[in-house]
Design a protein around this ligand. Structure first.
Ligand code: NAP
Length: 294
């Protein structure tokens, strides 16, 4: 049994992850900007504050906190918030574990497949590939650098470069299950690396329980889907009409601004590395969606 400090534990992934960790008899403490429960503790990144009680005897930190990438238009202020909420928060945790002499067994962090860039290409990106140069890649690079600083103190670091998380409780599917998104977007040939939320949370649990599972991993399902094939499968499972016309790029740009790039572009990502450690429950999109909408 380990004591785990979870940031972003009130979010989509964190909520299920907390249940799974507790089911495996781990103790979970959540850091939140607005603590609402007994095991929630306050932190305030801008003011360099973490409730000291949250860091007592912590074995692992799982860092999921971050402002929602697709929640608001990307103004300069919002872009800075997307970075700071992930990076300054990790820096603060690093500073605090040193201040309190916390002997961590591991730091486990989310990152995104956006590391490889918001570009459409036939390359199947592997973990050792170079990052892209666009804004999403910049977030991921700084996020991973912040996580990797823990390794300076010989703390094992695990980073999960995550694809689009599929869940019945919200996230991307909630947006996709609307008339605008039940049509192919742009050219429709952009890949959507996806993962069922159960598999993703099981990967985090594995990172706590298996000391050999550290380093950087692509956390996506093995089956490659384009935006067009994904939308068709979603329509089929939902028994909903999928518009035969593609939504033009300019319409998406009008609706969501610069962040349209994250739905208009997308590359394939390799699962070869993670498959050596992890058995997927949901390898195929149809099965994943059927479970979600059953
Ligand atoms: N969902 C996806 O498809 C997906 C894909 C790739 C990567 N990821 C990454 O995986 C992580 C978890 O994803 P999720 O979908 O569970 O996210 P989520 O539902 O948006 O939850 C993120 C949590 O982060 C905290 N947070 C939000 N804004 C913050 C800010 N400005 N400063 C500090 N903390 C803030 C919130 O906790 P409090 O309100 O309690 O403070 C929130 O519950 C995120 O870092 C996300 O970028 C997600």
């Amino acid at each position: 049994m380990a004591k785990i400090l979870l940031t972003g534990g009130t979010g989509l992934v964190g909520t299920l992850l907390e249940q799974k960790l507790k089911k495996n008899n781990h103790e979970v403490i959540i850091l939140s900007r607005n603590p609402k429960k007994k095991h929630h503790f306050k932190w305030d990144v801008k003011n360099n504050y973490v409730d000291p009680k949250a860091l007592e005897n912590t074995d692992f930190i799982i860092h999921l906190a971050g402002a929602g990438i697709a929640d608001k238009k990307w103004t300069n202020k919002r872009k800075q918030e997307l970075i700071d909420s992930r990076v300054l928060s990790a820096n603060l945790l690093y500073q605090k574990i040193k201040e309190y002499n916390t002997s961590l067994k591991g730091f486990i962090s989310s990152s995104g497949i956006g590391y490889y860039g918001a570009i459409t290409s036939e390359t199947i990106f592997k973990e050792e590939d170079q990052p892209a140069k666009d804004f999403i890649a910049k977030i991921c690079i700084e996020w991973e650098n912040a996580a990797n600083q823990f390794s300076k103190d010989n703390i094992p670091v695990t980073i999960l470069r995550t694809g689009v998380v599929l869940s019945k409780d919200g996230g991307a599917l909630k947006k996709m299950n609307t008339p605008l998104f039940l049509s192919a977007l742009g050219k429709g040939d952009q890949y959507i690396p996806w993962i069922h939320i159960e598999d993703l949370c099981d990967m985090y649990v594995k990172a706590v329980e298996d000391q050999s599972f550290n380093g950087i991993f692509n956390a996506v399902a093995p089956e490659h889907q384009t935006n067009s094939s994904f939308t068709k499968t979603l329509g089929k499972v939902l028994k909903k009409f999928v518009t035969p016309f593609n939504v033009p790029k300019f319409v998406l740009q009008l609706v969501v601004g610069e962040l349209a790039v994250i739905v208009l572009q997308g590359s394939r990502v390799s699962t070869e590395k993670i498959k050596k450690y992890f058995s997927f429950k949901y390898k195929e999109l149809t099965k994943a969606l059927e479970e979600i909408y059953q």
